[in-house]
Design a protein around this ligand. Structure first.
Ligand code: OOG
Ligand code: MG
Length: 260
C-alpha cells in the first residue's frame, strides 16, 4: 500500500474512534494489505495522537487466550498501544455515548521497572523486569461493524483499544502464581466470566514477552515504566448503558467501572 492510502485509512479509523462511528473492515477495500501495512496504519494513528499532545502509557497484547481467539475467529495475538485518553479511574464512569458497541474483558496488567528488549525475550526476563502486576478491566470497541474483522483490519484499528481501568492493589510477581490466579468478572453482580491466568498463552508474562519480541522486530523496545495489558482471560462481554462492571483477581483485589 502506498503512503497516501495508509494515511487516509489511519485518519478514517481514528475519526471512527473519536466520533463513535462504525465502518466496514478495511481489507474489503484493500484485500492486498500486508501485516506491515496494518501496523503502519496503527503507527500513523499513534503519531497523529502524539502530535496532538497524547502521552503513551503503555501497550497491549490481544487475542492471547483461546476464549478470545475462538470468539473472534482468529489464531494469532495482536499488539496495540495505550494513550492517556484511554485511562478511566478505578470506580469511574465510562461514557457510553463516546463508544460504538463496547465490550469488557478481564486482564492481568504488568508495570515494568526496566527496559525490555527482544529478540528472544522470555517469561523470566519479563518477571525480572516487572515492578508489579495489577488487575485491569479493558473496554474494547472495535470500529468495525458488528465487531466483524480479520487480523490485519483489527491491527490497523489499534486492536479495538478504547478505555481501560486498572485496580489499586499492586503486587510484585515474585510469590504470586500468575498461572493459577483466579479471575471473576461480574456485570450488575452477575458472574459473566471466570478464568485463571494460564488462559493467556499459558502464563500472562508470555504475552508480554511476545509483545517485546514483536517490538524488537520493528526496531523498538518496551521502556521501563510501561503498563502492559496482557490480553483478555475470558471472552469479552457486551455492556449497555447503566451497567456496573467489577473484576476480582485473586490477590489483586477488585476493580470497577460503570457505563453512564
Ligand atoms: C481485539 C482486541 C482483543 C484482547 O484482550 O484479546 C483484546 C478484539 O477482540 O476486538 O484486547
Ligand atoms: Mg484486551
Amino acid at each position: 500500500m502506498n503512503k497516501k492510502d495508509i494515511k487516509k485509512l489511519a485518519e478514517h479509523l481514528e475519526n471512527c474512534q473519536l466520533n463513535a462511528q462504525d465502518t466496514l473492515k478495511i481489507t474489503d477495500e484493500f484485500p492486498d494489505m500486508t501485516w506491515d501495512d496494518a501496523y503502519a496504519i496503527q503507527d500513523v494513528i499513534k503519531a497523529n495522537k502524539l502530535k496532538r499532545g497524547a502521552k503513551i502509557v503503555g501497550y497491549k497484547a490481544g487475542l492471547t487466550s483461546h476464549a478470545k481467539m475462538k470468539q473472534m475467529g482468529v489464531e494469532n495475538p495482536v499488539f496495540g498501544f495505550l494513550v492517556d485518553e484511554f485511562v478511566v479511574a478505578d470506580g469511574g464512569d465510562v461514557v457510553f455515548d463516546e463508544l460504538i458497541h463496547p465490550k469488557v474483558e478481564p486482564e492481568i496488567c504488568f508495570v515494568t521497572k526496566a527496559e525490555l528488549k527482544g529478540p528472544g525475550c522470555h517469561v523470566g526476563d519479563v518477571l525480572a523486569a516487572t515492578d508489579f502486576v495489577m488487575a485491569g478491566i479493558e473496554v474494547i470497541d472495535s470500529r468495525y461493524r458488528d465487531f466483524k474483522f480479520d487480523l490485519k483490519s483489527v491491527i490497523a484499528d489499534n486492536c479495538s483499544s478504547s478505555r481501560f481501568i486498572v485496580g489499586s492493589v499492586v503486587k510484585p510477581p515474585q510469590g504470586l502464581d500468575l498461572q493459577t490466579m483466579g479471575v471473576v468478572m461480574r456485570i450488575n453482580n452477575q458472574v459473566v466470566g471466570l478464568g485463571a491466568g494460564a488462559a493467556v498463552v499459558n502464563h500472562p508474562a508470555n504475552a508480554v514477552a511476545m509483545l517485546v519480541n514483536h517490538l524488537a522486530a520493528r526496531g523498538e523496545s518496551l521502556p521501563a515504566g510501561s503498563l502492559v495489558l496482557s490480553g483478555g482471560v475470558t471472552e469479552a462481554v457486551s455492556v449497555k448503558k447503566g451497567d456496573a462492571v467489577s473484576l476480582d483477581i485473586q490477590h489483586l483485589g477488585t476493580v470497577r467501572c460503570q457505563f453512564k
